[in-house]
Design a protein around this ligand. Structure first.
Ligand code: KG4
Ligand code: ZN
Length: 361
């Protein structure tokens, strides 16, 4: 089939999202993308409460799917497949979206595509730009911080991951210690504006190491300690700027190392770098990464903000690309709270202990 129209459903964290994407000749067109955010429901608790998330998904899922179809101007019969996030994420939420997707696939007699949320982020830059495979991806979100070589759907190789917190998690936790509301990343970025990062010295974790892994726990502890001693608004702003610069430095240094590994033996035409995930919304981080790509003759891509944070258009596109390759899933496909995109790397270098339910992402 040369033209595929796929519904995507995303419920792995705190956004209930549905979207319709058309894939034609390898190019994506987003016909609709609806995101019902639960931020207000979680904000009083300073973070995502899994039970509240699952209940909110149940309440919002039908209306969100209906809105996505209405905005696309399509009836369900126009769909060639149903893609739903099957993990990794909060299992109560994943089950809501995946069950809705299965029910639609069964009722319509269309294939189900069980999409890895990380693969959604991996293809997200292709929603708005012509970004051919392969490319190097820095995926930085609230739950993940990874460097991946993306050859296509079902073909991602992990070069590095965080050994403790994700970058967004670091933003959120440090923001909380500065008294900022959840989600902390955007609030910390606003506070950092005009701040003087040099006033505070923060640890630059893992710099100079030969791998492409990340660590943010030392930074988090140091920033929390400094936050206790902050005496006025100017100092608070300077500390926010210092934190943002420290995170940007680590992301840039690790990405630069990955670029050198990726570039070895590749033609210049394949030197593409993509940053995706919620933290890619940060302007200072984008600027810092862009400078590294310029230095190495990589072209730089970052999805529009709406496709950086969680959305269903990226799930629909990953689903459509999988469907085009015949990669569909049975209706008993399980919800997978832990689901590494590159299972081999996760097993060979079990940064997170595998635990009872298998390796994390
Ligand atoms: O991709 P995303 O929406 O959800 C996950 O899959 O985790 O990412 C959310 C994360 C949060 O930690 C949030 O604080 C962070 O992205 N974030 C930012 C910015 N906007 C969102 N971090 C730094 N600067 C921003 N402007
Ligand atoms: Zn995400």
């Amino acid at each position: 089939m040369s033209c595929l129209t796929v519904l995507g459903i995303e419920t792995s964290c705190d956004e209930t999202a549905a979207a319709v994407v058309r894939l034609e000749g390898g190019r994506a067109e987003v016909l609709s993308s609806v995101v019902a955010s639960q931020v207000a429901a979680h904000a009083p608790y300073g973070g995502v409460v899994p039970e509240i998330a699952a209940r909110s998904h149940v309440e919002a899922i039908d209306g969100t799917i209906r809105a996505a179809l209405r905005q696309a101007g399509l009836g369900v019969q126009a769909l060639d497949g149903i893609a739903a996030t099957a993990g990794p994420g909060l299992v109560g939420g994943v089950m809501v979206g995946l069950s809705a997707g299965k029910a639609m696939a069964l009722a319509l007699g269309r294939p189900l595509i069980a999409v890895n949320h990380l693969e959604g982020h991996a293809v997200s830059a292709r929603l708005a730009d012509d970004v051919p495979y392969p490319f190097l991806l820095l995926l930085v979100s609230g739950g993940h911080c990874q460097l991946l070589v993306v050859e296509g759907v079902g073909a991602c190789r992990r070069l590095g991951t965080t050994i403790d917190d994700a970058a967004g998690e670091a933003f959120d936790k440090i923001a909380a210690s500065l008294g900022l509301p959840y989600p902390g990343g955007p609030a910390l970025e606003r506070l950092a504006e005009g701040g003087e990062p040099a006033r505070f010295t923060l640890p630059r974790m893992l710099l100079g190491r030969k791998d492409c892994d990340f660590s943010f726990s030392g930074l988090k502890t140091a920033a929390a300690r400094l936050a206790e001693g902050v005496r006025n608004e100017a100092e608070r702003r300077d500390l926010a700027a210092a934190v943002q610069a420290a995170i940007a430095d680590q992301l840039a240094e690790r990405s630069a190392r990955a670029m050198d590994l990726y570039a070895a033996g590749r033609p210049a035409a394949q030197l593409r770098f993509v940053v995706a995930g919620g933290v890619a919304a940060n302007a200072a981080i984008r600027t810092r990464l862009k400078a590294e790509t310029d230095r190495r003759a990589f072209s730089f891509f970052a999805p529009p903000l709406a496709y950086c944070t969680d959305n269903a258009a990226m799930i629909a596109l990953a689903g459509a690309e999988r469907l085009a390759l015949g990669l569909t899933d049975p209706l008993d496909a399980p919800a997978r709270p832990r689901w590494p995109l590159d299972a081999e790397a996760a097993l060979a270098q079990p940064i997170h202990k595998a635990g009872r339910k298998g390796a994390k992402a």
